[in-house]
Write a protein that binds this ligand. Structure first.
Ligand code: ADP
Length: 398
């Protein structure tokens, strides 16, 4: 029997992450990661049934070549004809898109118009769309936006206190990201605490290499920590999160740095990496902190404290809190980050059950606060690919 398989693509400027999902069961049948694309060293790694193998892309080293190699791989397993649609993770939909959309020429023109808002990401996403259109000719393509879920934020949450002209002329406002993850996690968390997401106040922390936190009230985003770009908010792997904008003129005057250099410093050399002077990887920082490394201990402390402050702030945005939810690589796996963060929040009634905090890791979901404690603290493994596949199938009429 023919299956409804959806190809989910997430393209960066030199990378391509792909997954082929069975839309009915949610099972990932094949995944891939193309790296160093557009260089002579380009290659793609496929993973099927837990086995990995690498294919060099020497003679077809761009994104279209990588998607072509993916099609060849699908043919090997006789799966190519079952792929019915392609879903694309698109970083920025501006104010135009508050939901996923079937891609046509007008949508492509809109995505091009959004390039100034996401100058690194949107061009890469467009490259992925064009590659899929060329290689999987005739299949429907759907764009699923990181920003869309946050379009319900009220004006007072998304407005920066800068001259209004900047909003009117450049659409300079807060947008927020990780929306697909929050949209997946919110109803899962509500289910776990036995509530309807439409009648529930959630504060959800998505903590991965990038990290952001969102207040979700009755299923809708009310506020989120990332802003015009993914730089604002929490301490991340290499991003500073909130920092005084005065650092730009200060470093220009005192270190002779350009705008690009300061931006690079805040996006790529800060966060866990910058404070610990060791690594952007939370696992490494956490282990070093446990062994007494001063930089790593400070990095963990700043991360947890900033996160706790944001949790309290997001409780304001949600009008209260029924559950604090952790997701993303760090949120799902780091009992240490969860414990250090929640330790600041006893005044809100937030507490952890120490054993549950250790037990609910590595792909498990569940409540990690003591039985009957409100607000609850919950862990939900995110699944952005499944969300993208479901949207893609629905908009493709599958
Ligand atoms: P991305 O944002 O790239 O999708 P992930 O959501 O996969 O990232 O999160 C990656 C982060 O999760 C890394 O900092 C990694 O160290 C952290 N992480 C994964 N497993 C653990 C663990 N067992 N303990 C602490 N941190 C972990």
């Amino acid at each position: 029997m023919s299956k409804n398989l959806i190809l989910v693509l997430n393209c960066g400027s030199s990378s391509l992450k792909g997954a082929v999902l069975d839309n009915d069961s949610g099972e990932v049948l094949l995944s891939c990661l193309g790296e160093k694309l557009t260089t002579p060293d380009a290659y793609i790694t496929f993973k099927k049934d837990g086995q990995k193998h690498r294919v060099e892309l020497a003679d077809r080293h761009d994104h279209t070549g990588a998607v072509g190699a993916l099609l060849d791989e699908l043919k090997k397993y006789g799966l190519d004809a079952d792929v019915k649609a392609v879903g694309h993770r698109v970083v920025h939909g501006g104010e135009k898109y508050s939901a996923s959309v079937l891609i046509n020429d007008e949508v492509i023109a809109q995505l091009e118009a959004c390039i100034p808002l996401a100058p690194l990401h949107n061009p890469a996403n467009l490259t992925g769309i064009r590659a899929a259109q060329a290689i999987f000719a005739g299949l429907p393509n759907v764009a699923v936006f990181d920003t869309a879920f946050h379009q319900t934020m009220p004006e007072h949450a998304y407005t920066y206190a800068v001259p209004r002209a900047l909003y009117k002329k450049y659409a300079f406002r807060r947008y927020g990201f990780h929306g697909t993850s929050f949209r997946f996690v919110a109803p899962e968390a509500a289910r776990i605490i036995g509530k309807d997401v439409k009648d529930c106040r959630l504060v959800i922390a998505h903590l991965g290499n990038g990290a952001s936190i969102t207040a979700v009230k009755n299923g809708e985003s009310q506020d989120t920590s990332m802003g015009f770009t993914p730089l604002e908010g929490l301490v991340m792997g290499t991003r500073s999160g909130d920092v005084d904008a005065g650092i730009y003129p200060f470093l220009a005057a005192n270190a002779g740095m350009s705008v690009e250099e300061v931006s690079d410093l805040l996006n790529k050399k800060s966060g866990l990496l910058g404070i610990s002077e060791l690594s952007n990887d939370c696992r490494i920082v956490e282990e070093a902190a446990a062994e007494g490394h001063e930089g790593a201990k400070l990095a963990m402390a700043v991360t947890a404290y900033r996160l706790a402050k944001y949790i309290a702030a997001m409780a304001v945005a949600a009008g209260g809190i029924d559950a604090l939810v952790f997701t993303g690589g760090i949120g799902e796996n780091s009992d240490a980050v969860r414990a250090q963060t929640v330790a600041h929040l006893a005044f809100l009634g937030l507490k952890l059950d120490e054993q549950a905090n250790v037990d609910v890791r590595f792909g498990k979901e569940g409540i990690i606060s003591p039985k009957g404690q409100t607000p609850a603290v919950v862990v939900v493994p995110t699944n952005e690919e499944l969300m993208i596949a479901h949207d893609t199938a629905a908009l493709s009429g599958l």
